[in-house]
Design a protein around this ligand. Sequence first.
Ligand SMILES: Cc1ncc(COP(=O)(O)O)c(C=O)c1O
Length: 374
Amino acid sequence: MNSKQIHLPQYLDYASTTPLDPLVFEAMTPYFLEDFGNAASTTHTYGERAAKAVKQSRQLIADAINALPEEIHFTSGATEAINLALKGAFLTYRHQNPHIITAQTEHKAVLDTCAYLEEIGAEVTYLPVDPEGLIDLAQLEASIRKDTLLVSIMVANNETGVLQEIKEIGKICQSKGVWFFTDATQAFGKVPIEVLNTSIDMLCFSAHKIYGPKGIGGLYVKKGIQLTPQIHGGGHEFGLRSGTLNVPGIVGLAKATQLCLEGMEETYGRLKNIRDDFESEMEKAGNIKVNGKNAPRLPHFSNFQLLNEEAEAFILRNRNKIAVAQGSACNSALVQPSHVLKAMGLNDKDAENSIRVSWGLKLESKYSNLNILF
Ligand SMILES: Cc1ncc(COP(=O)(O)O)c(C=O)c1O
């Protein structure tokens, strides 16, 4: 049975992953079929064609964030890019700079990597956040020490969509002479991001959050930073990440980036209106309390506590109508009170009773307007 024959609920979990854009699929297809060459095997036309596609894709992604093509490194996704950035920097510079600063609300890919680095000698400061989910810039500045290596603060949170003040964070890091790594996985392609004027030294992104394929992403690394590779082999990706390149994935990532940037203002303006209307109507009716409401947020995100019903019951009751996330849905199959919401001051019960809705391009049913489900 295919998806046309069965009834599927309205998908409202675009922060978790997105469907492939048909135009991305079309751009990728030749690189599975006739242009299947190995991009490192350029003694013949097959390899040359693959290498050319990779080169063009790298340029497009570099241009999208105002970087140089040789500063873009393809990985299997954001998790790998985060591991490469944090472990790679620590292993190179650990003797003089063993201190890392991050926030309590980062994605588990950052937090678990930092926990591992602590096991092998790193000192990590986990900054708290205010009730809106924002770090305190003065506290960040005061936490930077002589032996601090880098600051790792995400652009947008994957549960609440809360946007940190990355321009200010970049300025602080630059003035103190420490690197600024930012996990841009949720924000890339949704809000304008560029590395030069924001003083970003490393940045990661992932295709499957922007209507591209799963299993491909990348890490921007500013020229001059020496990361210790985490995958050794043939010296691909400027010696930083070995392994035969995923050419269809890379082409898909570039096409998805291009499409997202072209339609960004229109798409996210539209989704923001849907989100804002939903939140104001439901808050007025006393049905929900929005988490991170007063912070700048990604326009397609809403994370809210249910005031009159348990989240689990709401999700079960509406299972055939909508697909939404509860708890730290992208971290594991287990629903646990979210570490992000708890850091924002919610108790276990309110955190467990919170739902994340994330709208996206396909709004094909009446349930994209959630209001009728309350
Ligand atoms: C903020 C953030 N960082 C990292 C990741 C991991 O990305 P990937 O699935 O590409 O490994 C995600 C995905 O859920 C995310 O939302």
